[in-house]
Design a protein around this ligand. Sequence first.
Ligand SMILES: Nc1ncnc2c1ncn2[C@@H]1O[C@H](COP(=O)(O)OP(=O)(O)OP(=O)(O)O)[C@@H](O)[C@H]1O
Ligand SMILES: [Mg+2]
Length: 387
Amino acid sequence: MTDGPHRRRDSAAAGDFETGPLVGDRFFRHIVLGMRNGVLVVTRDRRLAMMNEVAYRILDITPGDADIGRPYADVLASQPDMIRILTAAFDLAHLPNRAELRLKPSGKVIGYTLSQIMDDEGGSEGAAVFFKDLTLVEQMEERERLRDRLASLGEMAATIAHEVKNPLAGIEVMAGLLRRRVADIPDAQALLNDIIGEAKTANAIVLEVLEFVRPIRLQVEQTSMAQVLHDAVTMAERKVDRGGVEVTMNIEPQLPLIKADPHQLGQLFSNLLINSLEALDGRGLIGLTAAVGRAYEEPAAGSDERAPGATLVVEVADDGPGVSPEAVERIFNPFFSTKPQGSGLGLAIVRKIVDAHDGHIDVETAPGQGTRFRVTLPVNSGEEWLR
Ligand SMILES: Nc1ncnc2c1ncn2[C@@H]1O[C@H](COP(=O)(O)OP(=O)(O)OP(=O)(O)O)[C@@H](O)[C@H]1O
Ligand SMILES: [Mg+2]
């Protein structure tokens, strides 16, 4: 390469670029290849000029020795969307500075910037795309959006619940008074009992809604999962008759204590157990297991930003009717219920409690195949390995 007219020449580290004598071609290469973004550079004749490690990783492509210089359509064959973006770069007058793309089939979301590479005469020599895996950011934003949605839904529900609570209490009290007045009319007594019963049910729903919309304030303490699960079983059995259902518990000995709110966790697991008991309707098996988190695998998002820490994995499984694929998408939504008397808040509360503990919940189910909820909670304390 020839020196530019304004070029200063230093004897030691003469560079090939016009930007100064200290940095050379190799230095620039290292800057580009070492970037923590994905970097992909192609030439005007549609060949791959440069692709860094991050780019290979985000795009799930195994680096090949002869990749550089090959037509990029070959190297990127598994990522047709990326090929499309690069090809368009040569035709577009205005290149997107901040755009997003969902890669198929991995479902990863990338944010990218496209730029053209110009030669000295201002002609287009190639194109470069810089990109970052936004999957985790996206997931966080989604959670945030859900939280916002729940918050406004919650405010509305709370207002309605408050308004309804007083008249309901009124109905209950007045029906009670009336019942005393008609002590000698059995028919009227029966009707009034029904009215009181219904008002009580409505009140219970209102309380549940209020409970749901209240933000969770965790009372964190060193918590024994074994104790939580025993309490949860007792609580669930108080709410739903167990009938002939067999509940087995398999709790790994020497589970670490976790930093958590034992009452909230009790509610979480009793909600899951209540659902299983209701699904089984007096017949079947429920298996409760708790173990240190070796069963937990990080989602294969290819990101190294969240190293798996110590976790506790608790599973609640039943051999009941299972959930259809259409319904399973919605079971965590507030007010989704397939039960005539269900408020549909059980699993929404479960999710809220899991979120508050920075945990993770997933479900495996299919019609006729039973249902298995898996809750993964961070341990947060490495010291105490006691029960
Ligand atoms: N173990 C399970 N087996 C089969 N279906 C389930 C199970 N757990 C949940 N579901 C389905 O998910 C729906 C939502 O559950 P959720 O606990 O949120 O509400 P609900 O049980 O209907 O009402 P609530 O818990 O407020 O009384 C249920 O109506 C049911 O269809
Ligand atoms: Mg429920």
